[in-house]
Design a protein around this ligand. Structure first.
Ligand code: F6P
Length: 324
């Protein structure tokens, strides 16, 4: 029987993680359960950084970016010794189940732990990258998309004034969701993403002798890992092929992870947090809470991690069509 739920955030922080912590805490308390907050992700679980949470501990955080529980990328938890130490803490703290909020690294660790120690683990997808299979959106993705779009709008002002080609490097780890969709939202000339990596062709289409030669300025988004060296490499390629163009590089970096979560992310995190507690009470284990067509779904962690989510082909075509 589950009496105490542990909750942690791990990996890269994402806007909306606080809303998720709040939802898990309050939903659990509403069901008569105890909540133990674990600080600094799996690192804190190994080190015993655990605190009992009341409803007041999560007051006034729904609008705050980052995570009040702090986060870490913990290699120690990827070792059997690290997980053994974490399990000692779980026993000492009498934690019966875990809700882990993070991305695929978080879920990979959680799944291994669940298998080795027979503890139910529920994952909430918290990452700006939107790269988890089985959910239409991850917590933080919408906010990050909004931030990137705002930056593009600002760059557009200076790009048109000077008639330059701007290369903007966007995060995403192995996925191009942020880059492609921000390119559509920002009216960009091209997006260079790992899923469609024909860099030279795209450059030519975007700013060369292709359809868009009428344009005197361009903004091209470059996913951070689509090309070795990122946006700077693409800028060099353009200047080599088209010395007539002057280029400028902007790396948006960790700006993309900050800021107050959008209403969408707050609502998503709140619904998912409540669903995670319900899933545990229903006897679910080792699943991720996802959203599909606005319905909450439960997806085995193994599928969420291992199946590849592709960008939508119609989105890709929309960018190509609309950037003439
Ligand atoms: O997974 C989120 C993310 O921001 C990725 O988009 C990026 O590649 C990575 O984390 C950066 O990690 P760090 O903050 O550890 O440098």
């Amino acid at each position: 029987m589950i009496k105490t739920i542990g909750v942690l955030t791990s990996g890269g922080d994402a806007p909306g993680m606080n809303a998720a912590i709040r939802a898990v805490t309050r939903a659990a308390i509403a069901q008569g359960l105890q909540v133990k907050a674990i600080y600094r992700g799996y690192k804190g679980l190994i080190d015993g950084e655990v605190k009992s949470f009341t409803s007041q501990d999560v007051s006034g955080i729904i609008q705050r970016g980052g995570t009040i529980l702090k986060s870490a990328r913990c290699m120690e938890f990827m070792t059997p010794e690290g997980r053994k130490q974490a399990h000692k803490v779980i026993q000492k703290e009498k934690i019966d189940a875990l809700v882990v909020i993070g991305g695929d690294g978080t879920f990979t660790g959680g799944r291994l732990f669940a298998q080795e120690y027979d503890i139910p683990v529920i994952g909430l997808p918290g990452t700006i990258d939107n790269d988890l299979w089985g959910t239409d959106a991850t917590i933080g993705y919408d906010t990050s998309l909004g931030t990137i779009t705002e930056c593009i709008d600002k760059l557009r002002d200076t790009a048109t004034s000077h008639e330059r080609v701007f290369l903007v490097e966007v995060m995403g780890r192995d996925a191009g969701f942020l880059t492609l969709n921000a390119a559509i939202a920002g009216g960009c000339e091209a997006a260079i993403i790992p899923e469609r990596a024909q860099v030279k062709e795209q450059i030519e289409e975007a700013i060369g002798s292709g359809k868009r030669k009428t344009k005197s300025s361009s903004i091209v988004l470059v996913q951070e890992h689509a090309v070795e060296g990122g946006a700077a490499t693409v800028a060099k390629m353009i200047e080599k092929i088209h010395p007539e163009f002057s280029t400028r590089v902007t790396v948006l970096g960790h700006l993309q992870r900050g800021g107050s979560p959008s209403a969408y992310d707050r609502i998503l995190a709140s619904r998912m947090g409540v669903a995670a507690v319900q899933a545990l009470l229903d006897g679910q284990r080792n699943v991720m809470v996802g959203i599909q067509n606005d319905d909450i779904v439960l997806i085995p962690l193994s599928k969420a991690i291992h199946q590849k989510k592709d960008v939508k082909e119609d989105s890709w075509q929309a960018l190509l069509t609309l950037s003439i």
